[in-house]
Write a protein that binds this ligand. Sequence first.
Ligand code: NGF
Length: 293
Amino acid sequence: SEKFKGVIVAMNSCYDAEGRVSPAAVKKLTRFLIDKGVNGLYVGGSTGEGLLQSVEERKLVLEAAIEASAGEVPIIAHVGALSTQDGIELAVHAEKAGAAALSAVAPFYYGYSEEAVGRHWSAIADSADLPFIIYHIPATTGFSLTKGLLKQLLANPKFIGIKTTTASTYELQQFKAMGGESFLMFNGPDEQYLAGRIMGADAGIGGTYGAMPELFVQLEKQYSAGRIEAARQVQFRINDIITDMLAVPIYAALKELVRRRGVDCGDVRAPLPKLSAAHAEQIDALHAKIELA
Ligand code: NGF
């Protein structure tokens, strides 16, 4: 589908000073990102802290983002949850709220067989009339999508693509080859946006895009115009920034950097680590690098 292309921000969730979901701030962040020219938003994923929220809170965040997007870009709802039941409830809600697609991580904690994960994803996908993007992120879920399971899932046209958050662009290329040209690949690691695009990703979904949307929009522009050397230079600038982000609690840093760009999304939720005074210099330096870029 032509709908899902380019730079899709895995956006933060926003809270007020008491830590409650702030629909107003979510709307402000949504507008900030869309006005920078991004091609879509991914709500409630890893960066979006969806798995640290109640089902009701996740619905609130999604509704606010969809409302503020005013149909200008597609909104992908991450509905992955510990239980299939919660995933289905979120999927049914996402369709009603106007999401363009669903996505979900594999279920985790107990450790599930391929059959169980396949049943979980299929039940969620079949509960709504929306396309479904598998969120393949073995480092956090402990479950790694295999070609065997993908082959089974491909029999269901609801499965339109995969967001691959692994370091292997070979794996991304192999999944794409299995699904065919129209099967969508979403690059996960922001450090490898360009590499992912070159190896067959149709788009990227990433969290660090939120603090520097201009750079990713620029990267995508250079790549799609065939200017690979220029694209490489932008990716290298981005990677210099991401390397510094990875040296501090990244999700908290991301929120602080977004705050300095004018949108206050509050703190990350416990148990995610917060920033401390010891990080002040690193954050100042990061902010300066982003401003200069
Ligand atoms: O946060 C992670 C965990 N990966 C994200 C991204 O792939 C996850 C990535 O942006 C995502 O899209 C989401 O939030 O749902 C990294 O934070 C970034 O590449 C820095 O390493 O692996």
